[in-house]
Design a protein around this ligand. Structure first.
Ligand code: 5AD
Ligand code: SF4
Length: 353
C-alpha cells in the first residue's frame, strides 16, 4: 500500500466505505489468527511515575492523585487469579520508576509468578524506559514480552507532547534493546491527539513496519482534565465518535499492513463506546486486556477520563467479556500465551539468514 492509499483509508468518513475497510482487515486477521481472541490479565501495579507527559492523568505533575504501589503478594495473587481463570498471560503495567529497588521488586514479582504458575503464565511488562541491564534482568526472571509505546513517530510532534527532558531517541533505543534481548516487542501510538495530522499517522504505520514490531497497542487519545493537553476539551458525542472512528481505522490499516502481528483492542476504545473493544476486534485486533487489578486501586490509575470498569470486579468483567466476545462470533483462546505469530516468523527468517 502506498502512503496516499493509507491516508485515504485513515480519512474515510462514508459508513459503507468504512465497513468495507473493517471487513477486509477482519478477513486479513482471520488468515493469520483465525476468529480468536487472546486475553491478558492487566495488573496496574503502580501509578507512581517520574515522567510528566502532557496528556496523561498520572503524570508526576498531577498533585491531586494519591500514589500507590500494589504489594508483591497482591500482584502475585492477581496474577494467579488470572492463571486459575485460564487467562494465558498477564501484563504488569506501571508508571516509570528507575531505581534498583523497583528493578528488584519487579524481578522478584516476575520470578514468583513464574514459579507459582509452574512457568505456564506468559508475562508481559510495561514499565517504561529502563537501562539495558534492567530489561535483561527482567527477561532472565521470565518476562517474555515488553510494551513501550512510542506515542508518536514524529520526533518534532513528540517534543510538543512532552517536557523537554523526555527524549524520543532514547525511547527508540529502548525498543531496539528490547528486541536484542529477545523480547517480543510491542509499541504503539495515540490516535487523534490535538494537532496530529493524518500524515503523521501514516508515518506511525511506517514506523511500525520499519521497526518490525511483534505487537501493537494503540488507542484513541482521550482528554484528561488535570493535564495540560486535555484541559478544556469538551467530550461531546461527536468528539467521541470521531476519536473512536480514527482509532478503528488505524487498527484496520495496521492489520492490512503488518498482517501477522498481535493487535490489542485497548480499553480506550471501550471508554468511548460500550462496545468499542468488540468493534476493535472486528476491525482487525486480536487481543484484549481485561483489568484484573484489585478494585481498590483502579480509580487511581486513570490515564484519561471515563475509564471503564472502575467498579466491576475481575469476576464480573470476565463474565461480561466472555458474553461480548461470543456475541460477535469469536472464540477465546483460554490457557494460551497468545504469542505474536510475527515473532516466530521473524525468528525463523533470522535463523535462515
Ligand atoms: N488518552 C489515551 N491514552 C493515553 N495514554 C496516556 N494518556 C492517555 C490519554 N489521555 C496512553 C499512552 C501510554 C499508555 C499507557 O496510555 O499511550 O503509553
Ligand atoms: Fe508516566 Fe506513561 Fe503517563 Fe507518561 S504516559 S506520565 S510515562 S504513565
Amino acid at each position: 500500500m502506498t502512503d496516499a492509499e493509507l491516508r485515504e483509508l485513515l480519512e474515510l468518513t462514508d459508513p459503507a466505505e468504512q465497513k468495507t475497510l473493517f471487513a477486509s482487515a477482519y478477513a486479513e486477521k482471520l488468515r493469520h489468527t483465525g476468529p480468536n481472541v487472546s486475553l491478558r490479565g492487566l495488573i496496574e501495579i503502580s501509578n507512581i511515575c517520574r515522567k510528566n507527559c502532557f496528556y496523561c492523568g498520572i503524570r508526576s505533575g498531577n498533585r491531586k492523585l494519591k500514589r500507590y504501589r500494589v504489594g508483591k503478594e497482591e500482584i502475585v495473587a492477581s496474577a494467579l487469579w488470572a492463571y486459575r481463570h485460564h487467562y494465558g498471560s498477564v501484563v504488569l503495567q506501571s508508571g516509570e520508576t528507575v531505581s534498583e529497588e523497583f528493578t528488584a521488586f519487579i524481578e522478584s514479582a516476575v520470578r514468583e509468578i513464574m514459579e507459582r504458575s509452574e512457568g505456564k503464565l506468559g508475562i508481559t511488562l510495561c514499565c517504561g524506559e529502563q537501562e539495558s541491564r534492567v530489561y535483561e534482568r527482567w527477561r532472565k526472571a521470565g518476562a517474555r514480552r515488553y510494551l513501550l509505546r512510542i506515542e508518536t513517530s514524529d520526533p518534532e510532534f513528540y517534543g510538543k507532547l512532552h517536557p523537554a527532558d523526555h527524549n524520543f531517541q532514547a525511547r527508540v533505543n529502548c525498543l531496539r534493546r528490547l528486541r536484542e534481548l529477545d523480547y517480543q516487542v510491542g509499541s504503539g501510538v495515540m490516535i487523534g491527539l490535538p494537532g496530529q495530522t493524518t500524515d503523521q499517522l501514516v508515518r506511525d504505520l511506517r514506523f511500525f513496519e520499519e521497526s518490525d514490531l511483534d505487537m501493537i497497542g494503540m488507542g484513541p487519545y482521550i482528554p484528561h482534565e488535570d493535564t495540560p493537553l486535555g484541559r478544556g476539551i469538551e467530550m461531546t458525542q461527536e468528539y467521541r465518535n470521531g476519536q473512536l472512528g480514527k482509532g478503528l481505522r488505524m487498527i484496520a490499516c495496521t492489520r492490512l499492513l503488518l498482517k501477522d502481528v498481535n493487535i490489542a483492542a485497548t480499553t480506550a476504545l471501550q471508554a468511548l463506546a460500550d462496545d468499542g473493544r468488540e468493534r476493535g476486534l472486528l476491525a482487525g485486533a486480536n487481543v484484549i486486556m481485561p483489568n484484573v487489578t484489585d478494585l481498590s486501586y483502579r480509580r487511581r490509575y486513570q490515564l484519561y477520563a471515563d475509564k471503564p470498569n472502575l467498579d466491576e470486579n475481575s469476576e464480573e468483567s470476565r463474565d461480561d467479556l466472555i458474553r461480548r466476545i461470543h456475541s460477535i462470533g469469536e472464540t477465546i483462546l483460554w490457557d494460551q500465551h497468545g504469542d505474536s505469530r510475527h515473532y516466530f516468523n521473524r525468528k525463523q527468517k533470522e535463523q535462515k539468514t
